[in-house]
Design a protein around this ligand. Structure first.
Ligand SMILES: CC(C)(COP(=O)(O)OP(=O)(O)OC[C@H]1O[C@@H](n2cnc3c(N)ncnc32)[C@H](O)[C@@H]1OP(=O)(O)O)[C@@H](O)C(=O)NCCC(=O)NCCS
Length: 229
């Protein structure tokens, strides 16, 4: 089977949504994906053969608290009948090339700790795993949250993924920061706020639970630093 890889086009949205639904087990909105591909804000790739699209990877850039850019390998999925043929590995390699072209010094992926295939793929593609695992908490912001001004130490990262518009909370997980994230997300009509908590850190877990967050499971960051020069 001859498989090629190219940047995704808006017309690829139905095939991407179908593969995402089949492999990730949740509904995906093809209009949302088509809109993101039309806007050009995501760096998305598809792998295809003569009969159609077999796999996709979606990447986008975020900025850290210290101003460093990261290319987020947010979603990677291969049609079940085409898995185990090296397509996932090729999409990761192409994402790395994208990071180089964009001059972004870091490619990273948040991977569910129990996803052994993806862990193995990241490890053999040169990624390093975070020293500790994190529990992922998410909330769906409702209207009318109060918005304190002080969010010192808390970094809010707006994201547009194929699955949702949302905010990732980075830096200190304070009550003020969490409320600010919920408020900003509600104002911008974003569907999800996410936060990662080190497994050993119980205080933020209570803060998140008090503000309507629910645990989605345990994850690790896999990061690949690009060599400069
Ligand atoms: C994870 C995923 C993207 C990997 O893509 P893939 O094209 O199947 O992977 P590759 O063929 O490039 O193989 C990568 C490695 O995983 C191994 N592998 C692939 N499928 C496997 C399976 N079902 N069971 C065990 N190992 C498997 C390969 O043997 C290879 O191992 P190696 O590095 O030791 O040679 C794909 O399985 C998938 O779409 N999974 C569901 C969605 C998902 O979990 N996405 C990641 C998080 S968003």
């Amino acid at each position: 089977m001859s498989v090629s890889i190219r940047r995704s086009l808006p017309a690829d949205a139905p095939a991407i949504a179908a593969i995402a639904e089949k492999t990730l087990g949740e509904p995906f909105d093809q209009d949302r994906i088509g809109g993101l591909l039309t806007s050009g804000r995501n760096y998305s790739l598809v792998a295809l053969e003569a009969r159609g699209i077999l796999a996709f990877a979606d990447n986008f850039i975020t900025v850290s608290q210290t101003g460093a850019q990261r290319l987020e390998l947010d979603l990677l999925a291969v049609e079940p009948k085409a898995q185990g043929m090296g397509i996932g590995r090729r999409l990761i390699a192409e994402s790395l090339l994208l990071a180089r072209e964009l001059d972004v010094p870091l490619l990273r992926a948040l991977v569910r700790s129990e996803n052994l295939v993806m862990r193995r793929l990241c490890a053999s593609s040169g990624f390093a795993i975070s020293e500790r695992s994190y529990d992922l908490y998410v909330a769906s912001p409702g209207p009318g949250s109060n918005s304190p001004l002080d969010i010192k130490g808390t970094h809010l990262v707006p994201v547009e993924t194929f699955a949702y518009s949302g905010i990732w909370i980075e830096g200190s997980l304070t009550r003020a920061g969490i409320l600010q994230a919920l408020s900003v997300a509600a104002t911008r009509q974003m569907g999800r706020v996410g936060a990662l908590v080190a497994e050993s850190d119980r205080v933020p877990v209570q803060l998140l639970a008090d503000n309507g967050f629910q645990g989605l499971g345990t994850y690790d960051w896999w990061t690949l630093k690009l060599k400069s020069g």
